[in-house]
Design a protein around this ligand. Structure first.
Ligand code: SF4
Length: 434
């Protein structure tokens, strides 16, 4: 069964007036997306009018002209610039470096931590975002503190903005919370959505963004609305609902339902709470009506190379954190070198880098090329390697694709109504990890 929707009984498009676009039946309307990523909801009758060729007095003409849907009114320079947001052509450098402070018995040494921070500051881009990950923050506290202090010093030396997050499933102790405030070290708390909602107090320093949560969905997850309420109560401003545990296509509907419920809860009245995956996906599309946006474009969280690189405790630099869980015979392609010895400038010469960039380009996948969500979406190649044993993935049977499609259906269904639409677009427009 195709994941794409069909609309039988429509007129043949007029090639002189209908520009290339993709469509999906959603929420009783037709979602259309143009090549640069502008979107619009049309009634079925409006879509039929559009395919026949809109007359100059049609009420949707101006909107569809500006958004690049009309072949006879294309403004190529402006539309090409708009399309950069979802294109690799606009990519500046890896968005985030994950530093695994411990794995098994291995602990990251201060030398490796320093080399990893130096590497992060060598990656081009507007800012440096470091995620120091530790299952036991007490055991890794000296390394986390060193990374926060050294990154702050490097920022002071060269004027480049940086932010360090401590990612941990354990609530930091009150003493650590106080120290985190002093260091400006943000908390990214990992939560099992099927587990108890034991949330640490959010230790944001004044002027720093609120603490974040990484909410890992899995079968049996507790209600999303309860999670959103608990996060708000504890002072968290941002959460990433992770689809990583969607390992079978049969899991995708339950994940999508949880995701949709979380969006509704986060968009409801109350203290600000943003869902990060939706914000990142929408930021890949051109701003609606030229709205100002803090940062444009960018990868989805957890996307190999473009969205993240990972440093293992022993200094190995990998395309993603997932790569470290791959069997040894699949791991080689995902390993890029060692921090302190491998420079950012060497990466374009690595086979893996060309392969990952090719695999991330939606137009290279037959299903993505026809999918209405192509501009907003990208499934990490390492996720396909884990799930399907293929770097490239097989989209029609991919649990990752099903999860992404379910999440994007939830996002776009809410974009069809004014109130959730404004809240969702505000998440994208005000996005920053700093
Ligand atoms: S991976 Fe994303 S863009 Fe590709 S078909 Fe699936 S939902 Fe669509």
């Amino acid at each position: 069964m195709s994941l794409l929707t069909e609309l039988p009984g429509l007129p043949a498009p007029d090639p002189a007036k209908v520009a290339p676009h993709r469509f999906r039946a959603l929420g009783g309307r037709v979602l259309v997306v143009s090549e640069p990523g502008h979107w619009a909801f049309l009634t079925r009758a409006e879509y039929a009018d559009y395919l026949r060729g809109l007359g100059d007095d049609h009420p949707r003409l101006d909107e569809l002209r500006v958004k690049g849907f009309l072949a006879h009114y294309m403004e190529f320079d402006r539309l090409a610039a708009d399309g950069l947001d979802s294109s690799l052509l606009g990519w500046e450098g890896t968005r985030r470096l994950v530093l695994l402070l411990a794995r098994g018995r291995e602990r990251m040494s201060p030398e490796t931590a320093r080399d990893a921070v130096d590497f992060a500051f060598s990656v081009p881009g507007p800012a440096v975002v470091l995620e120091a990950a530790a299952a036991d923050p007490a055991a890794c506290w000296p390394a986390a503190r060193f990374i926060a202090e050294y990154a702050a010093r490097r920022s002071a030396w060269n004027g480049r903005r940086s932010r360090v997050w401590l990612r941990t499933p354990e609530r930091p102790s009150p003493a650590q919370v106080r120290e985190m405030r002093g260091l400006g070290l943000g908390l990214l708390l990992e939560l099992d959505a099927a587990g108890p909602a034991r949330l640490a107090a959010a230790p944001a320093a004044s002027g720093a963004p609120a603490s974040r949560a990484l909410l890992r969905w899995r079968p049996g997850a507790r209600p999303a609305a309860a999670w959103a309420a608990a996060l708000r109560k504890a002072g968290y401003g941002s959460a990433l609902v992770s689809p990583e545990a969607v390992c079978k296509t049969a899991d995708a509907p339950a994940f999508a339902a949880f995701y949709a419920e979380f969006l509704d809860a986060a968009l409801s009245e109350g203290p600000a709470l943003r869902e990060e995956w939706a914000a990142a996906a929408l930021r890949r599309l051109p701003p609606e009506g030229g709205r100002p946006r803090e940062e444009r474009g960018g990868p989805l969280p957890g996307t190999d190379l473009t969205g993240e690189l990972c440093v293992a405790p022993w200094g190995e630099l990998t395309l993603s954190e997932r790569a470290l869980d791959l069997p040894s015979d699949e791991r080689g392609l995902h390993s890029l070198g060692v921090v302190g010895r491998t420079a950012w400038e060497e990466l374009p010469g690595k086979d893996a880098v060309g392969a990952v960039l090719a695999a991330l380009e939606g137009s290279h996948h037959p299903l993505c090329a026809q999918c209405v969500y192509r501009n907003a979406c990208a499934v990490p190649p390492s996720r396909h390697q884990v799930l399907q044993g293929l770097f490239w993935g097989h989209l029609p049977t991919s649990p990752a694709c099903r999860a992404a499609m379910g999440a994007l259906d939830a996002v776009f269904t809410r974009l069809a109504s004014d109130e959730p639409k404004d809240g969702l677009l505000a998440w994208a427009d005000n996005w920053t990890l700093l």
